[in-house]
Design a protein around this ligand. Structure first.
Ligand SMILES: C[S@@+](CC[C@H](N)C(=O)[O-])C[C@H]1O[C@@H](n2cnc3c(N)ncnc32)[C@H](O)[C@@H]1O
Length: 493
C-alpha cells in the first residue's frame, strides 16, 4: 500500500472541493459539545451516538477522519475522490468498508483567524486507534501547538521559519502575518503531511527536509517559531521523532536556542516552547541565561511548570502507550537512572523567547510565572520587548516624561480587619501576563498619580512632600523599582 500522501495540483483541487463545508463549526455541530468533550478524553462514543442516523458528507468525513471509523464504501465514494485517495495511501479498504490511514481535519483559531485543513497521523490515544504509533508518527494539533501559536508575536514580518513543522499548524498561523514562510522538518512524512494540508488551505510555504538549522544555513529570519521534540529521555527509550531526539538531556533545546542568534535578522525573534533540565550543580535560571550570554539578544524566559522526575517520566511513558505494559517498570527505572546520571533533579516546561536586539548589555530575564495569563499572550511578549528600550532610559529622561499607568492595573490591599493601614499593597494586571507586584505606600502613590499629565519628576516631588521625605531620597528609592515595571508594561510614556 503506497503511503506517499502525494497528490497532483488537480487532485488537491478536487479534494479541496470535496472538503468544502467540512469546517470546525460543522463538525462541532454534528458531534455536539459532549461529543467534542469526550474526544478530548480520547473516547469516540458520545460523538458516534450523536452521528447515528446521519449519512451526509459531514458525518462521513467526521467518522473517517475524526473518529477513525470504518465507513461503507458507497458513502466514502459519494463524499471524496476515493480512488485518488486510495492511490495516495490516504484511504484503504477495511472489512466491508473503507478506513482513513491519516487524519484530515478542519482547523480554525479564534485567536488570529488562521484556518484551513491539516493532515497528520491519527491520534494513537483514541479508543478506536489501531496499534502503537510509528516512530515517525506525525502529530496533529496538540495543546503544545496551540500554546506556541498563542505565544507567538504576530507583528507583520517578511520572513519566518517554522522549525519542525509537523502537520504545518504553525505555518497556517504564520500565513496571517508573514510574507515568506520556510518550514522544515527532520521527517519526510511530516513534510508530506504539511505539504498536503497547506496546499488544501491555500498557504504557500517553502518546505525543506533536515535537522534544526541545517536546511536554512546562511539565511536570516524575522521570526523563528518552534515546538521541537523537547522530551528528555534516555538513549534506550523508543524514539518518536515528534517528541524525542538523540541529543543528551535538554541538548536539543539548547541547540535550538544557541543556534538562533546567527539566523535572526536585526530585531528578529525566536520563540520556543519546550522543556529544560533543572540540575543539581547550577540554578536553572542561571543555566538558561548562560545559553544566550554574549549573543546581544534580549531574552524573556518564562517557566510555567516544574515536574519532579517521577511525574515527568510517568507522563511520557503513558504518552508512549507503555502504562500497564510489562516493560513499564523497566523503562521507568531506565529513565530515572538516566536522569540521575545527568544530575537532573526536575524538568522545567515553558516559553523561551529571544530577540536579536544587538545590544552589548542585553536585557535577559529568566523567571517562573505559573499563573494564568491572558491569551493569546503573544501580544504581551510584543509589548515587553518594545518596552525594554524605555526601561533603559537615563534617570533624567525617565523623570522628564509624563507616564500613564496601564488601564488594567488594579490595587488589592490586605490587612487586619479594622486596621487603619493595610499590611500589604499588591498591584495586579488584569491583562497580558497578569503579573502581580507588592508595592509600598510610596510606590503605590507614585504609580497611582501617573495619569499622563504630570512628569514623573513632578509626581515624585509631590509624593515626597506628602510623605515628608527628601525628593532625592525618594527618587533613589523608587526609580530602580520602576524600571522593571516599565519593561513589564505596568505603565508607559
Ligand atoms: C512536537 S512536533 C511539533 C509540530 C508542530 N510544529 C506543532 O506545533 O504542533 C515536533 C516536530 O519536530 C520534528 N523534528 C524532530 N527532530 C527534528 C530536528 N532535529 N530538526 C527539525 N525538526 C525535527 C518532528 O518530526 C515533529 O514534526
Amino acid at each position: 500500500m503506497p503511503e506517499n500522501l502525494i497528490l497532483t495540483d488537480d487532485e488537491v483541487v478536487r479534494l479541496r472541493a470535496a472538503l468544502d463545508g467540512y469546517t470546525v463549526d460543522a463538525v462541532l455541530e454534528a458531534i455536539g459539545d459532549q461529543g467534542q468533550a469526550a474526544l478530548g478524553r480520547n473516547t469516540t462514543v458520545a460523538a458516534d451516538r450523536a452521528l447515528q442516523g446521519r449519512g451526509d458528507t459531514i458525518s462521513t468525513l467526521t467518522r473517517l477522519f475524526v473518529l477513525q471509523q470504518e465507513v461503507d464504501a458507497a458513502s466514502v465514494q459519494a463524499a471524496l475522490p476515493a480512488e485518488t485517495l486510495r492511490g495516495a495511501g490516504i484511504l484503504a479498504p477495511s472489512g466491508d468498508g473503507v478506513r482513513a490511514l491519516v487524519d484530515i481535519r478542519p482547523y480554525g483559531s479564534p485567536d488570529d483567524g488562521a484556518d484551513g485543513w491539516l493532515v497528520s497521523d491519527h491520534a494513537a490515544t483514541l479508543d478506536t486507534s489501531r496499534g502503537a504509533p510509528r516512530p515517525d508518527h506525525v502529530l496533529g494539533v496538540s495543546p503544545a501547538s496551540t500554546t506556541l501559536a498563542q505565544l507567538t508575536m504576530r507583528r507583520p514580518v517578511s520572513r519566518a521559519l517554522d522549525l519542525g513543522t509537523g502537520c504545518g499548524v504553525q505555518a497556517l498561523h504564520l500565513a496571517r502575518h508573514v510574507d515568506t514562510i520556510v518550514a522544515t522538518d527532520l521527517s519526510e512524512r511530516a513534510l508530506r503531511c504539511a505539504r498536503l494540508g497547506l496546499a488544501l488551505s491555500g498557504v504557500e510555504a517553502d518546505l525543506r527536509l533536515g535537522s534544526l538549522y541545517e536546511p536554512v544555513e546562511g539565511e536570516l529570519f524575522d521570526l523563528i517559531v518552534t515546538n521541537p521534540p523537547f522530551v528528555i529521555s534516555p538513549p534506550s527509550s523508543a524514539k518518536f521523532t515528534y517528541r524525542e531526539s538523540t541529543f543528551s538531556g535538554d541538548g536539543l533545546m539548547k541547540s535550538v536556542v544557541t543556534g538562533a542568534p546567527a539566523r535572526l535578522a536585526d530585531g528578529g525573534a525566536l520563540q520556543v516552547l519546550g522543556n529544560w533540565a533543572h540540575t543539581a550543580d547550577q540554578p536553572w535560571d542561571e543555566r538558561l541565561a548562560g545559553w544566550v550570554a554574549g549573543t546581544g539578544c534580549d531574552a524573556l524566559v518564562i517557566e510555567r511548570e516544574v515536574l519532579d522526575p517521577y511525574e515527568y517520566v510517568e507522563i511520557w511513558l503513558a504518552d508512549a502507550g507503555l502504562a500497564g505494559t510489562p516493560s513499564y517498570k523497566v523503562m521507568y527505572e531506565q529513565w530515572l537512572d538516566y536522569f540521575d546520571s545527568l544530575g537532573i533533579t526536575g524538568v522545567g516546561m515553558g516559553w523561551f523567547t529571544l530577540v536579536n536586539a544587538g545590544r552589548t548589555n542585553p536585557d535577559v530575564r529568566v523567571e517562573s510565572w505559573p499563573h494564568a495569563v491572558e491569551q493569546p499572550v503573544g501580544t504581551a511578549f510584543q509589548q515587553h520587548f518594545e518596552a525594554v528600550a524605555d526601561a533603559r532610559l537615563s534617570d533624567a529622561e525617565l523623570l522628564a516624561l509624563p507616564w500613564t499607568l496601564a488601564a488594567d492595573v488594579v490595587q488589592e490591599t490586605l490587612g487586619v480587619p479594622g486596621a487603619e493601614d493595610p499590611s500589604h499593597i499588591v498591584l495586579r494586571q488584569q491583562r497580558g501576563f497578569r503579573r502581580a507586584v507588592e508595592v509600598d505606600t510610596a510606590l503605590a502613590a507614585v504609580l497611582g498619580a501617573c495619569d499622563g499629565d504630570l512628569t514623573l519628576g513632578d509626581i515624585l516631588a509631590a509624593v515626597a512632600g506628602l510623605l515628608d521625605v527628601p525628593t532625592a531620597a525618594l527618587v533613589d528609592d523608587v526609580l530602580p523599582r520602576l524600571r522593571p515595571l516599565i519593561a513589564d508594561a505596568w505603565f508607559a510614556a
